[in-house]
Design a binder for this molecule. Structure first.
Ligand SMILES: Cc1cc2nc3c(=O)[nH]c(=O)nc-3n(C[C@H](O)[C@H](O)[C@H](O)COP(=O)(O)O)c2cc1C
Length: 498
């Protein structure tokens, strides 16, 4: 109960309100900007090879259409390259920065990735624990196990360096770390589909994850830069986690000094526990029309910073909504959509119910004047009209929310999740929203459109617009999709050419 209270207090306290945003420094402290690359000093670095050969994107969604790739260093390399690897180097005014396949709030990249693999030619004759180094596209070898592990698959742990996000976003950053972990999982899920592999999140205590991957060996990390375990991902593998001795490799220092946000360790501690088993969605996504190759979709995915205000077709709109069903493990999330410019669809406020179980509860909870006009396949019109101003206002006044063809909030069954799973349900809901976000970014790119995740929104202004009066449903992530205006002053370079 104490942990639930901590979650409710944290959630309320970190809401952005028109009169005051959640607490943060309020300026960019460039002197303490964290290094976006974790490295383990003295660990052996094993470079991974690049391969550009990937299947057509639409085949990722057609069951059994892609052969299952052998488990070897080349396929592991592809998995990491097209999920968490660098996608582009941007350059402007003498500075350069890297963007990755996985979207990240403020591009601060809090998510780290650790992998347990069986013996593998090119990596080690033993089973290993390693850390993925995206800048080098390489594995840092942290441990070799004496006992051989099953050759069936890999196990991946994702963790968050909360300080990386706290540096810019202060107290609200815990939400962003979890959304980013969800994006990273979504990226891994897509890269697995490309290799014909199944991946799933395991229901396991997050403290067990920390123990098996050495994240609770606190002496190896600066106290302000420790990692919090988020998720355990099984790729074609269910064997028990091997035990780990104390490792000698110390984590690099990311910042010379740190700002303290006492609420962050409290919410982090409160949301540890046994990760919920997903309750999968019953309606799968339909197979999309052929568009592009997977590598092109993944590497070209970029967040739009401006949208051009043009329309999209109804078919594109439907395809985008439908693609979210690929995240079958994200069954607690519905969309509330501000439709601005979709051909053959009247402007207005809509909802896309991704899991029919919540339909009646939502009808009761929301404004009783909503018309609930059934537009088929889970889409309902709530009210007709021009919502561009409301969309912009709710998205912290960001114009992309009104200039996209549509923007939306991800409304989650909040109190039921917390009741069912305890405080870790909070973490899980953000992961669900993040994974949907990553898939929608990719789907938009495959259709020649662009998207942007919106972490900055006025929580209760949005709830009030829907007539929601309590915490039963809460919106945890916002999003916009349309056509980007590309900033031609910024040049794009290929990563990994050096
Ligand atoms: C959880 C999350 C929240 C975000 N919030 C915003 C936002 O409020 N406004 C915005 O312009 N971009 C937002 N972004 C986009 C990021 O800034 C973008 O992903 C990052 O700069 C990396 O660029 P890329 O997506 O092109 O790789 C968000 C992204 C994520 C994943």
């Amino acid at each position: 109960m104490k942990n639930i209270t901590t979650v409710l207090e944290y959630h309320d306290r970190t809401k952005h309100r028109p009169s005051r945003y959640a607490a943060s420094l309020g300026y960019m402290d460039w002197a303490t900007q964290p290094d976006p690359y974790r490295r383990y000093l003295d660990a052996l670095l094993i470079p991974l090879k690049h391969s550009e050969i990937t299947p057509p994107y639409h085949l990722l969604f057609e069951k059994d259409s892609l052969p299952s790739a052998p488990l070897c260093i080349e396929s592991l390399s592809q998995l990491l390259r097209y999920s968490l690897g660098l996608a582009a180097i941007k350059s402007h005014g003498g500075s350069e920065w890297a963007l990755r396949c996985n979207a990240s709030s403020g591009n601060l990249q809090p998510t780290e990735c650790y992998i347990i693999t069986p013996a593998m030619a090119g990596l080690s004759e033993y089973s290993t624990l390693s850390h993925y180094a995206p800048r080098e596209h390489a594995l840092e070898l942290l441990h070799t196990y004496e006992t051989p592990l099953s050759q069936d698959g890999f196990t991946i742990a994702l963790s968050s360096i909360i300080w990386r996000e706290a540096w810019k976003y202060g107290e609200r950053c815990y939400r962003y770390c979890q959304l980013d972990a969800g994006h990273a999982y979504g990226a891994i899920k897509m890269a697995c589909a490309m290799l014909g592999w199944q991946c799933k999140i395991e229901s396991i205590d997050t403290k067990e994850i920390a123990h098996a991957f050495g994240l609770d060996q606190f002496e190896r990390f600066h106290p302000a830069e420790r990692e919090s375990s988020d998720l355990l991902i099984r790729i074609e593998n269910i064997s028990p986690l091997p035990s780990l001795p104390t490792l000698s490799y110390r984590a690099n220092l990311l910042s010379s000094s740190h700002h303290d946000w006492p609420i962050l360790p409290l919410i982090d501690e409160a949301t540890q526990g046994v990760y919920p088993s997903p309750k999968p969605l019953s309606r799968p996504r339909t197979i999309p029309e052929p568009t592009k190759n997977t590598s092109e979709v993944i590497l070209k995915r970029r967040s739009a910073q401006m949208m051009d205000g043009s329309s999209i077709t109804l078919e594109q709109f439907r395809t985008l909504l439908d693609s979210s069903q690929f995240c079958a493990e994200a069954s607690d999330v519905h969309f509330i959509l501000f439709v601005h410019r979709v051909e053959a669809l009247e402007k207005g406020l809509y909802t896309f119910i991704r899991n029919g179980d919540d339909l009646e509860t939502l009808k009761k909870a929301m404004d009783q004047n909503f018309i609930w006009e059934d537009c088929n396949n889970g889409l309902y019109c709530l009210q007709k009209g021009d919502y561009r101003g409301a969309a912009q206002m709710i998205s912290c006044n960001q114009e992309i929310a009104k200039d996209g063809a549509f923007s939306f909030g991800m409304l989650c069954n909040f109190s039921t999740s917390l009741e069912k799973h305890g405080a870790i349900g909070y973490k899980n809901l953000y992961h669900q929203c993040g994974m949907i976000g990553q898939i929608l970014y990719l789907e938009a790119t495959s259709l020649g459109l662009s998207a942007t995740g919106i972490g900055c929104f006025l929580d209760d202004e949005f709830h009030a617009l829907l007539g929601l009066r309590d915490q039963h449903f809460q919106s945890l992530y916002h999003f916009t999709i349309g056509r980007a205006i590309v900033d031609t002053r910024i040049s794009t370079l290929q990563p990994y050419t050096h």
